[in-house]
Design a protein. Structure first.
Length: 218
């Protein structure tokens, strides 16, 4: 097993694929493949499937098997064992709302690109001591929004962030124009009503709009 944390550049490369990473709470695994296909077709290849429903792991397996263009990650990693189950399901990266010593050690052992959540300067420092330089600013809107993420750039010029939590299409650009933001995470790309209705074209349209956000930033 690897003895060091996966290279931060691996997580950075994943986030650079598109300006937005859809954060998916999939209730029915039968929706996973058409949902992933719609998001990828719209230009968002990196997907975070959260471990918030019983369908999550089966959804990751199905997307991995049937949508090879998708780069599937697992979200809401809460305990070390989650890394093993996520890798067995085919997940390529891991995201957590925070980072304990046990999670940092498990990430190091797994070799998976890891995006831990941070809300304070101390948490950023702790992650950097573990060899990481890319973080999920979470919950972004609640911790002060773009102003807080921008302020992290002062003491931590080498750190890069993927703000997630409370971001909507109307506020996305406020984060993406920050120099220390690589991408953002968002749940608005897969509204429950569209998923339940099987409105995959509507979801593809939302994804295409999100994928084009970077082109309009000054």
């Amino acid at each position: 097993m690897p003895t060091e944390t996966a290279m931060p550049d691996a997580m950075l490369d994943i986030l650079k694929r598109a300006p937005v990473v859809p954060v998916l709470v999939i209730e029915n695994a039968d929706d996973a493949v058409p949902l992933a296909r719609a998001l990828v077709a719209g230009g968002l290849p990196a997907l975070e499937v959260t471990l918030r429903t019983p369908a999550a792991l089966d959804s990751i397996r199905r997307i991995t098997a049937e949508v090879p263009e998708a780069l599937v990650g697992v979200g809401t990693i809460m305990k070390p064992a989650d890394f093993d189950t996520a890798q067995e399901a085919g997940a390529r990266f891991a995201v957590s709302p925070g980072a304990t010593d046990a999670l940092l050690e498990a990430a190091r052992a797994s070799g998976m690109p890891f995006l831990p959540g941070v809300a304070t300067a101390s948490e950023v420092m702790r992650g950097m001591e573990a060899g990481l330089s890319v973080f999920k600013a979470f919950p972004a809107a609640a911790i002060g929004g773009p102003a807080t993420v921008a302020a992290f750039g002062g003491p931590f010029p080498e750190a890069r962030f993927c703000p997630t939590g409370g971001i909507r299409s109307g506020t996305a650009a406020d984060y993406l124009r920050l120099p220390n933001v690589v991408a953002i995470g968002g749940t608005w790309l897969a509204p429950k009503e569209k998923v339940r209705a099987g409105d995959w074209q509507g979801i593809e349209d939302l994804a295409r709009s999100a994928a084009g956000l970077a082109e309009h930033l000054g």
